[in-house]
Design a protein. Structure first.
Length: 477
């Protein structure tokens, strides 16, 4: 192959669209493929069907340059591509913990019989162990190109909200290959990040697919570990923020992924740990990963705890109360509400009889489709108006910047539950708020602990000490 390989990307969700647009920005000709015609049309028109900072300009630049296009046609894609990336979704199978590989199977079954010349099919979707081996065996028999069509596995570690940076400059590139030819092709595709020093780890496809699910299982374990410690803090009176900061400073532990709060959600971590545990059990290694059930349980308990904290802050009952909710996305920087802890808490509180007013900078349209029973407002102030209790459930930066004095004039009662530890507790308490946060000692206003509500060790990620009185005066309207 003397010219640069032409690339196709099957599946245009967060992963596939970011991959396609980023590779086009590196100078490749890229064809994105989706079975959803409306989605392909929107992308071809330069419109991103989801929120992802920085991705739309890259999409438009690729389209303008004529290097990026979208289609629903598998024959066109097979004809076009030398390297075919499969980025389709692998959601949780309804009624079980296992992964639903229907989309992957249908993509493979549609593409393989059309592959007439040498090419590389690269799995990027997150799949349970054993998937790469099964498809690697099937490919030469299913493709007219025979052994000229080869499978590789190249998992993706991008985080929603950081998709562009994580794709262009990942921490590492994992090349799961069975041949030198496949390795050389992936080196060519990733020549730019490799030249910039991104580590390129060559392994077999079986290990590569496991790296991805093991990484997500580890991240989930870390988050649930600190949230389990938050539970211990709640019964001992210790402060989980100070604890997390002290733990994270040990380089063997590290502070990233050690933020306590409402736990993990989204389209990846929850379903990936369940799929990994389910496949391990099928393979006879269920005991090795049985701890993942506990990781899941700890995570889900956080949501219940938050509802309890909201009830306590609302004077013991939620029925008939007005509750203001800040954030329904599963994390800031995203409009994704799949398995969102924030949205689940809001919906549970609504189901308990409260009137729930919600604001989220990006996720309200999606949330409204699933939960039309919540009252969607256009701003933080709108969600806070006349609230008996305010809940910060997703840590968007604009929520951390909200002024406690301004909000105090909007709400019915100064009660806030900060599920994500995004606020300066002392500043809010000094402005008269009953501030509560999971895993942190409570110091209702007016009690001796109120002014001393800061953790003994000020966490690095905290907003830092702030002269609350000055802030209150400056923010007063
Ligand atoms: C996650 C992984 O971080 C990516 O590496 C992986 O590629 C991706 O899944 C995937 O499998 O596609 P993502 O789901 O976008 O990425 O989000 P994260 O930033 O990892 O956050 C996941 C959840 O954990 C969020 O709900 C977040 O609020 C929560 N979280 C994260 C915490 O509660 N504490 C933390 O310290 C970190």
């Amino acid at each position: 192959m003397t010219r640069r390989p032409r690339l196709t990307v099957f599946g245009t969700g967060y992963l596939g669209t970011a991959h396609a647009a980023c590779l086009a920005s590196l100078g490749f000709e890229v064809l994105g493929v989706d079975v959803d015609a409306a989605r392909a049309r929107a992308l071809q028109a330069g419109t991103l069907p989801f929120y992802e900072p920085g991705l739309e300009p890259l999409l438009r630049a690729g389209l303008r340059a004529g290097r990026l296009a979208f289609t629903t046609s598998y024959p066109a894609a097979a004809e076009f591509g030398d390297v075919h990336f499969i980025c389709v979704g692998t959601p949780q199978r309804p009624g079980s913990g296992g992964a639903d590989l229907t989309q992957f199977e249908s993509c493979f079954a549609g593409l393989a019989p059309l592959l007439r010349r040498p090419c590389l099919v690269v799995g990027k979707s997150t799949v349970p162990p054993g998937t790469a081996a099964a498809y690697g065996q099937r490919l030469p028999g299913a493709a007219p190109a025979g052994t000229g069509a080869e499978l590789a596995w190249n998992p993706e570690f991008l985080r929603e909200g950081h998709a562009v940076a994580d794709t262009l400059r990942p921490d590492r590139i994992i090349a799961g290959v069975w041949s030198v030819r496949a390795e050389a092709t992936l080196r060519e595709v990733y020549a730019e990040p490799l030249a910039a020093g991104v580590p390129f780890l060559v392994t077999d496809p079986l290990t590569a697919e496991l790296v991805k699910v093991a990484a997500n299982a580890f991240l989930a374990t870390k988050i649930s570990f600190i949230n389990a410690m938050a539970e211990v803090c709640e019964v001992t009176g210790a402060d989980v923020l100070g604890l997390a900061d002290a733990l994270g400073r040990d380089p063997r532990i590290g502070g990233a992924g050690l933020r306590p709060g409402l736990g993990f959600g989204g389209g990846c971590l929850p379903k990936d740990i369940r799929a990994l545990a389910a496949r391990a059990a099928e393979l006879g290694a269920g005991q090795a990963l049985s701890f993942l059930h506990e990781i899941d349980a700890i995570n889900l308990r956080r949501r219940t705890r938050l509802v309890d904290l909201a009830r306590e802050a609302a004077d013991g009952r939620l029925d008939g109360r007005r509750v203001g909710v800040l954030g329904v996305a599963f994390k800031p920087g995203s409009d994704d509400i799949r398995d969102s802890p924030a949205l689940e808490v809001a919906a549970r509180i609504r189901a308990l009889g409260a009137r729930v007013a919600v604001f989220d900078p990006a996720a309200m349209d999606r949330a409204g489709q699933v939960h039309p029973d919540l009252d969607y407002r256009g701003s933080v102030l709108g969600a806070a108006r006349d609230a008996d209790v305010l809940l910060l459930l997703t840590e968007w930066p604009e929520f951390a910047a909200a002024d406690p004095m301004v909000l105090a004039k909007t709400v019915a009662r100064r009660a806030i539950v900060d599920a994500r530890h995004a606020l300066d507790a002392a500043a809010w308490r000094d402005c008269g708020w009953d501030y509560r946060a999971p895993g942190r000692p409570g110091h209702p206003p007016g009690t001796p602990g109120a002014a001393a509500g800061r953790p003994a060790i000020v966490p690095r990620h905290d907003l830092g000490p702030r002269d609350a009185e000055v802030a209150c005066l400056a923010g007063a309207i």
